[in-house]
Design a binder for this molecule. Structure first.
Ligand code: SAM
Length: 251
């Protein structure tokens, strides 16, 4: 507990799925927090964050609380309720760890709760414990470089539309598609078949026992992708002014 007698709100990144990919700090904070909040998609029993964190939580001593949200929805009421409930524990002097898969500030639900608690109780201490992101974990498992030197990286949440994918591929060296759904899988498969991609890496559940890594979508059915899937893409290779591959200087 902090010296102000208020609890501290910790946004804890638990990494991509491998329990060895939590930071030492995440483990310490998890073990020491009397209250652990975990977001859970409505109707799903599959919380990757909790599966990872369970290794470090003692439910006989710590209280585990689920915040249920609708996948792809805005869920603002859910986060307002969660923030109010969390603030109750914090004002009572109890530390709260809020689990986030990967990193808390990369498409993580912790940020919704964080801004609400910050706004309502600016004096409450908040700490963010960064986590290994699914982007770096997926690239590591596929052993595919993300970007080097002056290259550009773009990250798109496919679930919300990829109408501009061709343009984004042209403007960037590597494009990471997160929140991949079947529609996006079909669109990218077509693009690959048409020769529009020089790299098309599919990674599902990187660093977990159900991991799958493929270097083409030819053998991947859209239904093989689940929510914890991503694509690492590069557009057609361009040749620079010296005739060397890779760096783009006016196609
Ligand atoms: C809501 S975002 C959370 C991202 C997370 N905060 C992070 O730092 O990686 C969920 C998306 O992350 C990606 N993702 C999360 N875990 C993954 C994993 N183990 N392997 C591949 N992609 C993953 C998927 O694209 C999924 O749809």
């Amino acid at each position: 507990m902090s010296s102000t007698e208020l609890g501290c709100l910790y946004g804890v990144g638990v990494g991509p799925g491998d329990p060895e990919l939590l930071t030492l700090k995440a483990v310490r904070v998890l073990k020491a927090s009397p209250i652990v909040f975990t977001p859970q998609a409505a109707g799903s029993k599959d919380s990757l964050a909790l599966a990872v964190a369970r290794n470090y939580i003692d439910e006989s001593k710590q209280r585990l609380i689920f915040a249920e949200f609708v996948m792809g929805g805005t869920s603002d009421d859910v986060w307002s309720e969660a923030a109010e409930r969390i603030a109750g524990y914090l004002l009572n002097g109890e530390d709260v760890a809020f689990l986030t898969q990967g990193d808390p500030l990369l498409y993580g639900s912790f940020m919704y709760v964080m801004v609400k608690v910050q706004a309502a109780h600016p004096h409450i201490p908040i700490e963010v414990v960064p986590g290994v992101t699914s982007i770096t974990a997926s690239a590591s498992r596929a052993k595919t470089p993300l970007v080097s030197h002056a290259e550009r990286l773009a990250v798109l949440p496919a679930m919300y539309g990829i109408d501009d994918l061709r343009e984004v591929l042209e403007r960037n060296d590597t494009v990471v598609l997160m929140k991949v759904n079947r529609k996006a899988m079909r669109a990218v498969s077509r693009m690959e078949a048409d020769g529009g991609l020089s790299r098309c890496v599919f990674v599902r559940r990187a660093t977990t026992p159900r991991e799958r890594v493929e270097f083409s979508l030819r053998d991947v059915r859209p239904e093989d992708a689940d929510y914890f899937s991503m694509l690492i893409l590069s557009g057609k290779k361009k040749t620079n002014i010296d005739g060397q591959d890779g760096k783009v200087i006016d196609g």
